[in-house]
Design a protein around this ligand. Structure first.
Ligand SMILES: [Mn+2]
Length: 203
């Protein structure tokens, strides 16, 4: 007998736990929060970025994680992205009464970043950015795309990110995380009405 997914109204919060041979992650997210971040994992630059994301989205975000960073930051960064995406999707349930779309331009000194997203239920990811350094501190710059791709896939959103212009790579990535936080905050804000789709369903 087929079981139908139960359409659960948004709770705006979710906990995700994930353990593999490469990483162990516990993450909790409150989308209608106060901007409080408690981040405990050994990738300092991503901690810095997720702190900005939480503050600019007014999300409460707690992450306790560890992984094989002696190999490279790659697995842990990708898997934290997966867990954040899962938490976003879980917190939104059937998405009834949310705005669905969000967008924001964010200047970061000389850099201008943009995030536009649709909590459509269909994963898509585009990043337009010309990074000029292979690393930011010890953080491999290529992992910025890996992180956001994981978030978009598991969060089941269309996420379009761009650095319109800029000089400093640290600023470019900061602009993206701040813009993403603010755009997501807009998309998960509540409006009157049901599921914001002409189809009546956002899966
Ligand atoms: Mn900074």
């Amino acid at each position: 007998m087929a079981t139908e997914a139960i359409a659960v109204a948004p709770t705006f919060s979710a906990n995700v736990a994930r353990e593999t041979g490469e990483t162990t992650i516990r993450l909790s997210l409150q989308l209608h929060g106060t901007g409080e971040a408690k981040l405990n994992f050994p990738v300092p630059f991503l901690r810095h970025m997720l702190h900005l994301f939480a503050v600019h989205g007014q999300f409460d975000l707690a992450i306790d994680a560890d992984g094989d960073v002696d190999v490279e930051d790659h697995h842990l960064v990708e898997d934290i992205g997966l867990c954040l995406g899962k938490a976003i999707a879980g917190a939104l349930g059937n998405k009834a009464g949310i705005r669905r779309y969000g967008e924001r331009h964010t200047p970061m000194d000389e850099t201008l970043a943009r995030a536009v997203l649709d909590l459509s239920g269909r994963p898509a990811f585009v990043l337009q950015a010309q990074f000029t350094n292979e690393r930011i501190g010890t953080f491999p710059t290529e992992l910025v795309a890996e992180f956001f791709k994981s978030v978009a896939n598991e969060g089941r959103m269309a996420l379009h990110l761009a650095v319109l212009y800029g000089e400093n790579n640290h600023h470019m990535v900061e602009g993206l995380f701040k813009a993403f936080g603010a755009a997501l905050r807009e998309a998960v804000s509540t409006v009157d009405g049901g599921v914001p789709s002409s189809k009546g369903v956002l899966e």
